[in-house]
Design a protein around this ligand. Structure first.
Ligand code: P6P
Length: 335
């Protein structure tokens, strides 16, 4: 009976009562939820309203910005300033911290990648928004990047919106992972995937195989063994996927297991990797660990890293625990 579903807002209220928490999470999530609905609307309208194509500018990462990158960023900045819960925000699209003026009581910090995988927009493949919430440490200036440089274990909540065939919002507040689907007609997210978990074993891995000539030995060993299939040391066949949209990859792993790898390689080593620690790797690592999976750089747990820069990049290997543990073992062995 679809009318018996529970909305995301009611779910958060029930969680607060169950956990004896304050009303903070509902307040923190209210504006994020609205922002994700608005971004979903703009992504969904796409070419109909001229939302495809490039903006003619570059972001702090030196990446060409799509029109929707900028629109999604503006939506997140505007909507999440309204509730007064955030003292400051950090975005993949902004070089510096965005201090929220007039937010005298903002006790939290919001980090986000407003539209991850945006190279997929014009070819109509799923993209997403990723967000991470930290507490503002007492006595710390929220307008300075140092306030944000907290290890991933300090996150109070993390999640993503996936703008796919359905728009979904997947969230953890440190008590498991739950998925919600947007009913566009009602305009609300409804709980559709309670208690999401990652299977410890898998037969599916995701990596950009065009970079294989740059790979380090442990990654090459793992992928070669998967490709050898039944005839090789793994004794089973594997499947490969690569969407070039981290949100879509992580969501697939939550639904049916798998491993996602964007490892350090000889081409990206000088930059520390490809993906950004603060608003890609940490929030996704929080979600994956809360769902029973593992998230490492190679040998080290991602969420233990002490950040040194707001936009620092890290290697990311995450997903089904037994496979990620195997890859970490290969890194410890050196191959
Ligand atoms: P490549 C998207 O730009 C992103 O940050 C992730 O969402 C995605 O997994 C990765 O980069 C894709 O990188 O090198 O395959 O284009």
């Amino acid at each position: 009976m679809p009318y018996k579903r529970i909305t995301l807002t009611h779910f958060l209220l029930q969680e607060q009562r169950r956990l004896g928490r304050s009303g903070a999470f509902t307040a923190l999530m209210t504006d994020i939820i609205t922002a994700c609905k608005m971004v979903s609307h703009e992504v969904n309208r796409g070419a109909l309203v001229g939302n495809h194509g490039v903006a003619g500018s570059e972001n702090v990462q030196g990446e060409e910005q799509k029109k929707l990158d900028i629109l999604a960023n503006d939506i997140f900045l505007h909507m999440n300033a309204l509730g007064g819960n955030y003292a400051a925000m950090a975005s993949e699209e902004l070089e510096d911290v965005h201090a929220v003026t007039g937010s005298a009581d903002g006790r939290y910090l919001l980090l986000f990648d407003p539209l991850d995988g945006s190279s997929n927009i014009d070819v109509n493949i799923s993209v997403g928004s990723i967000f991470s919430i930290l507490r503002l440490p007492d006595g710390v200036d929220a307008s300075k990047a140092d306030a944000f440089l907290q290890p991933g274990v300090q996150q109070v909540a993390a999640g993503y919106a996936l703008y796919g065939p359905s728009t979904m919002l997947v969230l953890t507040t440190g008590n498991g992972v739950n998925g919600f689907t947007l009913d566009r007609d009602v305009g609300m997210f409804f709980l559709t995937h309670p208690g999401m978990t990652v299977t410890p074993d898998t037969k599916e891995f995701a990596i950009n195989a065009s970079r294989s000539r740059f790979w380090e030995a442990p990654v090459r060993r793992y992928v070669d063994e998967c490709l050898a299939g039944k005839t090789g040391p793994r004794g089973k066949d594997f499947n490969m996927r690569w969407v070039a949209s981290m949100v879509a990859e992580v969501h697939r792993i939550l639904i049916r297991g798998g491993v996602f790898m964007y490892p350090k390689d000889s081409e990206n080593a000088a930059k520390g990797g490809k993906l950004r620690l603060m608003y890609e790797a940490n929030p996704m690592a929080f979600i994956i660990e809360q769902a029973g999976g593992t998230a490492v750089t190679g040998c080290d747990r991602i969420m233990d890293l002490q950040p040194t820069n707001l936009h620092q990049r890290v290697p990311v290997i995450l997903g089904s625990k037994n496979e990620v543990d195997r890859i970490a073992d290969y890194h410890r062995q050196g191959a």
